[in-house]
Design a protein around this ligand. Structure first.
Ligand code: HEC
Length: 138
């Protein structure tokens, strides 16, 4: 029985489609070029916008450097020392109070000058907290 010899067909793949460059606009913050990119959740992205719309980033950085207020990098979940010596965990409840009733507690070493943001909607506050948690300790 003769062996059938099969020649392998050459398959030419013609890629003719044009690649549309999608809307890959890198979201460049104003935090300086050395900031490593942080993976943000959808809520965190919204919170980032709320923060810039409300001027929060005039006083807070996200890269670990101190500004008028403490940095947001690594804040969520960390231990915060308040004026008066008390140490609290920066959980969700703490962050909410720190935003909507900013005057009620003061981080040690800072002036109690942050405005109250009680006029933000619950959704905006929740998004801000999600953003802080994205920037937090993980
Ligand atoms: C005028 C400057 C200023 C602005 C604007 C400002 N903050 Fe602050 N913030 C501070 C200062 C100063 C502190 C530390 C003193 C204190 O606890 O009040 C602080 C504290 C905080 C804390 C607690 C930080 C910690 O280390 O425990 C959070 C959270 C916070 N701010 C969120 C916000 C958010 C969100 C906004 C915008 C909606 C905002 N801040 C706008 C000055 C500011």
């Amino acid at each position: 029985m003769p062996r059938l010899h099969r020649s392998r067909p050459f398959v030419a793949l013609l890629v003719t489609g044009s690649l549309a460059a999608g809307g890959l606009l890198a979201a460049c913050g104003d935090d300086g070029p050395s900031t490593p990119p942080v993976e943000l959740s959808a809520a965190g992205e919204r919170g980032k916008a709320v923060a810039s719309d409300n001027g929060c980033t005039n006083c807070h950085t996200t890269d670990g450097s101190k500004s008028t207020g403490p940095t947001w990098k690594g804040l969520a979940g960390s231990q915060v020392e308040l004026k008066g010596g008390e140490t609290v965990t920066a959980d969700e409840a703490y962050l909410r109070t720190a935003i909507v009733e900013a005057r009620s507690e003061t981080v040690d070493g800072y002036a109690n000058i942050m405005p109250d943001y009680g006029s933000l909607s619950d959704d905006e506050v929740a998004d801000l907290i999600a953003y802080l948690q994205d920037l937090g300790e993980g």
